[in-house]
Unconditional design. Structure first.
Length: 198
């Protein structure tokens, strides 16, 4: 199978995994399904960013314990002035446009929400929090990446944001990947001890 078909299969499998997660009514069980699916992908898929001898293939990816207090439904507030970023990645230069901000009232900060301005588009929400560089990857983690189907959907016109689903981008595991990282509007000093960790 070609690399392109293998990568397409990886993305399709991720989208199917998040589809199963959205179907599960109990958030904690949905998180278990997500963890099991990610571990299976990282252990067995040909596009896994883990090296063949990486011990994480056997033991699984490490996560913080699930915390139900870190699940929110947040309104996407529009921004007054559009902002565009061009980010160099493994896929070339990827354009992003700022489409809004979400307020995470329970944690006391706001985050920018970006739109992938290329073919098909998609929401993108990276987060670099107070755990970066010590407990999580220094470049941050991803909460939403709808191009890959990585999102929990919406409820009553609000985005479902569950920080227990924060995950490291592929560049955390392999230098073969160049990933868009969290810009200033997606950075907070608040430590979020949820989701994937080092």
């Amino acid at each position: 199978m070609s690399d392109a078909l293998e990568l397409a299969d990886w993305r399709r499998t991720v989208a199917e995994l998040y589809g199963a997660v959205r179907q599960e009514a109990a958030p904690e069980r949905a998180h278990e399904i997500w963890r099991e699916g990610r571990d299976r992908l990282f252990r067995t898929h040909s596009q896994s960013p883990l090296g063949r001898d990486d011990p994480l293939r056997e033991i699984g990816l490490p996560y913080f314990p699930y915390d139900s207090a870190l699940r929110f439904a947040a309104a996407l507030e529009p921004v007054a002035e559009p902002v565009r970023r061009n980010v160099e990645t493994t896929d070339g230069i990827v354009p992003f446009e700022l489409v809004g901000r979400v307020s995470i009232g329970g944690l006391g900060f706001e985050l920018d929400v970006w739109w992938l301005a290329g073919y098909g588009g998609g929401l993108f929400l990276p987060v670099r929090d107070g755990t970066a560089r010590t407990e999580t990857y220094g470049g941050g983690r991803y909460l939403l990446d709808t191009v890959k189907g990585a999102d929990l959907g919406s409820r009553d016109g609000r985005l479902v944001l569950d920080f227990n689903f924060l995950y490291h981008p592929s560049c955390r595991y392999s230098p073969d990947w160049v990933c868009p990282l969290a810009p200033d509007g997606n950075t907070t000093d608040v430590p979020i001890r949820a989701g994937e960790r080092l």
